[in-house]
Ligand binder design. Sequence first.
Ligand code: NAG
Ligand code: NAG
Ligand code: NAG
Ligand code: NAG
Length: 465
Amino acid sequence: MHGLLSFGVLLALARLTFAGLPDKIYGVNLGGWLVLEPWMLPAEWEAMGGQSCDDCSQCIGSEFKFAEAYPDTVDQKFAEHWSTWLTQDDVNQIATLGLNVVRIPLGYWIVEPLVNRATEHYPRGGIKFLQSGLQMLKNAGIQAILDHHALPGVQTADQSFTGNCTSDVEFYTDYNYHRALVWTAVMTSLSHLDPNFGSVFAIEAVNEPIMDAAQTPGYGDFQTNFVQTVRAVELILGIPVPGLQLDTSVSTSNFTSAIMNVASSNVFNSEVTAALVDAVPILVELGAELAIPEIFNFDLAAAPLHNSREPLVTTFMDVNWQFDNPPNPADAAIGPQGYDNHLYYSFGGVADPNPTAYLTSICNLQRVQADAALGDSPLWFGEWGLPTQFNATDDFLFEWADAQKLAYSQGKGWIFWNFKVEISELAGDLARQWSYFEGVKLGFLTENPSQVNNASVCAPYVTSS
Ligand SMILES: *[C@@H]1O[C@H](CO)[C@@H](O)[C@H](O)[C@H]1NC(C)=O
Ligand SMILES: *[C@@H]1O[C@H](CO)[C@@H](O)[C@H](O)[C@H]1NC(C)=O
Ligand SMILES: *[C@@H]1O[C@H](CO)[C@@H](O)[C@H](O)[C@H]1NC(C)=O
Ligand SMILES: *[C@@H]1O[C@H](CO)[C@@H](O)[C@H](O)[C@H]1NC(C)=O
């Protein structure tokens, strides 16, 4: 009996141990959940009290505007949304479809003390839903990327995915870089200390920064500080990081006290140290709110999670996401790192708006090679879908899905946008080209994500180079 019991315990621990990167990523984004983009769920948004308009800054078209308009009910309305947009059934379906990764878009406001409530308005309470969602995902064996999708100060103009649809872009400033580093320290700590976060293997610094690097001053330094913040937390916890060591020994198992000890040494620069120090009171609060005793004693015999953890895969949009002499995130790497590119043909600028041009473009994609030549490897395609600038036939969508999957699998793999979108009269045909679940139902996407309907789809389009 005893022998059986301890065997069970060992098995349970083994299941908590996730190697860093899967061999190939077959994933979906959990978009529309903790960062709500109204276009993905137009009827629900309207029922909540939101609005739709051509310029999303001119109506209640983002979380910010919603929270400003409904200060008394915003938290309750969003709790309702968070508990229904991602359910156990959705997680089961993701697992049944053989997907191994989800990318979880998150706003800075999920770490609530980072919000300047005098001028910034966002719903509260999301962190508990992240915790319970991650628990479901872990139990289903699905690995997770925490994606900082909506940055403090807004990282790009006129997009509801930043939480605030506005032309006023202020992320690229010391104040907001600091807040993003505190967010990073908090999320890294939770990933290694809260068993519910046990399947988190990667953390992404900034979703879709402005492409013109002339407009993102300081972003290269931020990349360096982002990696160092993640590694600082890991070293304090005793997780080995290749090529980096603390020059002080940590003599307490109270994590927040340990941070303060290390902060008084000078392993890390002042920005990183300041972020660690500002994360401390937030972690003390979260330790109580989320019931994570490991924050106060990371040597708890009952919770040796971090002993089996590997360093997180620090993740950035690839260097070729930007132009105009961009910083190369490869220069910031310490330990495992990954690169993310997003490829949408439907917004223009990639290929002429017709089926032959689309297939010719995707079947000759050189992105993986171009990035690798600059050290940005492994690369995965963290957002893509089936939308087009023309009315696509079913026959085309079979080819379009296959050709993209084949192209992205030349790299580390792919993550479809999105796992689902709303199915309603108001949403119309949206799901046909934007929903993974619907794409599988319609047959464009194969039931086994590693397969395609027609492996020769690109044969007529490959041009010799
Ligand atoms: C967000 O938008 C509001 C107006 O909708 C504006 O007042 C506010 O300053 C914006 N916040 C940031 C950080 O840009
Ligand atoms: C751990 O340290 C923090 C300060 O960083 C303190 O507030 C807390 O009470 C300590 N907890 C325990 C259990 O010692
Ligand atoms: C696509 O089809 C719709 C409805 O049939 C039509 O209104 C629209 O003009 C078409 N769009 C293009 C780009 O052909
Ligand atoms: C697969 O695609 C190739 C290239 O377009 C085509 O020649 C072939 O007929 C397709 N096979 C099937 C089974 O549709």
